[in-house]
Design a protein around this ligand. Structure first.
Ligand SMILES: [Zn+2]
Length: 196
């Protein structure tokens, strides 16, 4: 868990994030959360990219196994479930608003970007639009700050305490279901996806 100020990334860390994303990482400020093995899980990105583009998503989920698990949640309707919870629970709404404000505060510590005024990520403060952004926030700041990110992380078939990096590297792509090194997954075969 890391909040600003971030330790500037090493060349190796930028390369690791680029490998995870499958494209050159842009505007990397540092690694905001890591796998138990040290691989990046969440990257912190500059609020303004080098070409001047405003970039609201300070915390971005990069880990292939985590990203795949959260994509599965989204495909299974978790966003509408959490959205309904939010609608029904005033305290949850208040906590989610505080998460939004905390996100903006973290980002504004790095740089205040006028175009991003009041804009955080993932649908905050009132909607649930991207679980990847909300889970990334939870992983970066730790439990108890983003209640929706925390709930999504709980529901995901991935936990930060178990390394699945080798699985992801073996397949070369983010998969929607793993072959499970350390976690029981019910499949025993080798990955069949083509290497990239
Ligand atoms: Zn790992």
């Amino acid at each position: 868990m890391t909040r600003p100020p971030f330790t500037p990334p090493t060349e190796l860390e930028i390369a690791a994030v680029s490998r995870q994303l499958g494209r050159p990482a842009r505007g990397v400020l540092g690694i905001a959360a890591r796998c138990v093995c040290g691989e990046p899980t969440v990257v912190a990105t500059s609020p303004r990219l080098e070409d001047g583009t405003p970039f609201p998503t300070l915390y971005y989920l990069t880990h292939p196994a985590a990203t795949a698990a959260v994509s599965t949640l989204e495909a299974n309707g978790e966003m509408s479930r959490l959205g309904a919870l939010l609608e029904a629970d005033e305290e949850l709404r208040a906590a989610y608003l505080r998460a939004h404000e905390s996100y903006l505060s973290d980002r504004n510590q790095i740089e205040v970007v006028a175009e991003l005024d009041g804009i955080s990520a993932g649908g905050m403060p009132s909607r649930v639009k991207c679980l990847h952004a909300l889970v990334a926030h939870s992983l970066a700041v730790g439990p108890g700050i983003n209640p929706i990110g925390d709930l999504a992380l709980e529901a995901a078939d991935w936990i930060p305490e178990v390394c699945e990096c080798r699985d992801a590297a073996d397949s070369g792509v983010a998969r929607s279901s793993g072959v499970g090194g350390a976690r029981p997954r019910g499949t025993g075969g080798e990955p069949t996806e083509a290497r990239t």
